[in-house]
Ligand binder design. Sequence first.
Ligand SMILES: NC(=O)c1ccc[n+]([C@@H]2O[C@H](COP(=O)([O-])OP(=O)(O)OC[C@H]3O[C@@H](n4cnc5c(N)ncnc54)[C@H](O)[C@@H]3O)[C@@H](O)[C@H]2O)c1
Length: 130
Amino acid sequence: MSQEKLLIGFIGQGFVGKSIADDVESRGFEVIRYSLEEPYVQNKDRIKTCSVVFICLPTPTTPKGFDDSIVRSATALTKPGATVVIKSTIVPGTTLSILADFPDLTADDIRACLSFAADRERRLRVIPAA
Ligand SMILES: NC(=O)c1ccc[n+]([C@@H]2O[C@H](COP(=O)([O-])OP(=O)(O)OC[C@H]3O[C@@H](n4cnc5c(N)ncnc54)[C@H](O)[C@@H]3O)[C@@H](O)[C@H]2O)c1
């Protein structure tokens, strides 16, 4: 990662997004929070400044099926080269499908990652490298 200041973005400040953002912030990182609630609603454009972005948005099951369109829209708010961590519930195959939606991405430049939900942990645990 470059020497520029590491900003960590959160799209969605509900149960999941707020829990993780609070924890990351408590570790000394600067976080940018964007959601529909005040005061975060004006931070949409600032997500483009973040090197890592957690997507913590609702993905409802509707009469027409599982709707992950909001995750795709959120991915479009990130800058090229950012690491995107999808915390939203998604069905198998969604990450590859999202990558296919973004022509600037290749298999060697995977920005969309899956992450286990650690929001019920009091603190995220740091797992030492092997
Ligand atoms: N709650 C849990 O225990 C849990 C655990 C694991 C995974 N998940 C998954 O994580 C995701 C988020 O869950 P949650 O419980 O935090 O949801 P939530 O309803 O508590 O919060 C949703 C957040 O998304 C924001 N939001 C909604 N639409 C938006 C938009 N168009 N643009 C910007 N922000 C928008 C809302 O303002 C809110 O801050 C879901 O997919 C859920 O299935 C939840």
